[in-house]
Design a protein around this ligand. Structure first.
Ligand code: MG
Length: 249
């Protein structure tokens, strides 16, 4: 069931989203060679708790970290680890979320460490652009499929693969609510968008091929090609005038 949020609920979501976005920006300060993904997760944890919120991924379905931190061919759900040390040329997808005053925020960004190959830099830039195209399609009267189509049609022209097994989602009192927001699909299909809907749009785009698999740790999802993948996410609210991004630091 899709729940529409009233003005006071959206105000609360704004706060949760602001903390999520600030935590993500804070994580960006630590992207350097030699640091472990555990240390970055620790900084994110301190930040969110320091803001009076709860890291909403911690313990969700048993997840052991406060953030998902996925490096290079890891697409999503990377487990922060003391043995995962960042190197020059790595890309790092960080997904942070905060629970505050009864509501959730959720966002993600793929950072670069030092000198990243040009084709991977382009992948990051275009994945972020696809997110903005999806957001631009998120207006009243349109449908979820219009968001999906905007993302897929943009990235596929570059020969990239859209991850299909994992999708964006409604968000509010729960981190994952209806509807699902796939990063692939047809225009004019799916639930109709209405003011007060809050959704997380999160393209996960592979450099080569759409295939993915889960590692034996039960969490980390990697590309079957072994090549890089990018992930960018915002939580938005549909208003009468179109989408407004809530995950702004
Ligand atoms: Mg999400």
């Amino acid at each position: 069931m899709i729940t529409l949020k009233n003005a006071s609920e959206i105000k609360k979501m704004e706060e949760a989203c602001k903390i999520s976005a600030q935590a993500l920006a804070h994580a960006g300060n630590f992207m350097q060679e030699g640091i472990s993904t555990y240390e970055i997760d620790h900084e994110i944890h301190k930040f969110i708790v320091g803001a009076g919120a709860k890291p909403n991924f911690l313990g969700l379905y048993g997840f052991p970290g406060s953030a998902c931190i996925s490096v290079n061919e890891e697409i999503i759900h990377g487990i922060p680890s003391k043995s995962k040390i960042l190197k020059n040329g790595d890309i790092v997808s960080v997904d942070t979320g905060a629970f505050y005053d009864g509501f959730n925020g959720d966002n993600a960004y793929t950072f670069m460490v030092g000198d990243v190959e040009e084709e991977i830099q382009l992948l990051l830039q275009r994945t972020q652009e696809s997110l903005m195209k999806g957001i631009a399609a998120a207006k009243p009267g349109n449908r979820i499929g219009d968001i999906s189509f905007a993302i897929q049609s943009y990235v596929e022209q570059f020969g990239y693969g859209v991850v299909k097994e994992y999708v964006g989602h409604g968000i509010g009192k729960k981190l994952h609510e209806d509807p699902e927001v796939p990063n692939y699909g047809k225009e004019g299909r799916g639930p109709r968008l209405a003011p007060g809907m809050t959704i997380a749009i999160e393209p996960m785009i592979n450099l080569s091929g759409e295939g993915c698999r889960q590692l034996s740790n039960g969490w980390t999802v990697v590309t079957t090609s072994g090549k890089a993948s990018a992930h960018f996410e915002h939580t938005i609210v549909i208003t009468n005038d179109g989408a407004r991004i809530l995950t702004q630091p």
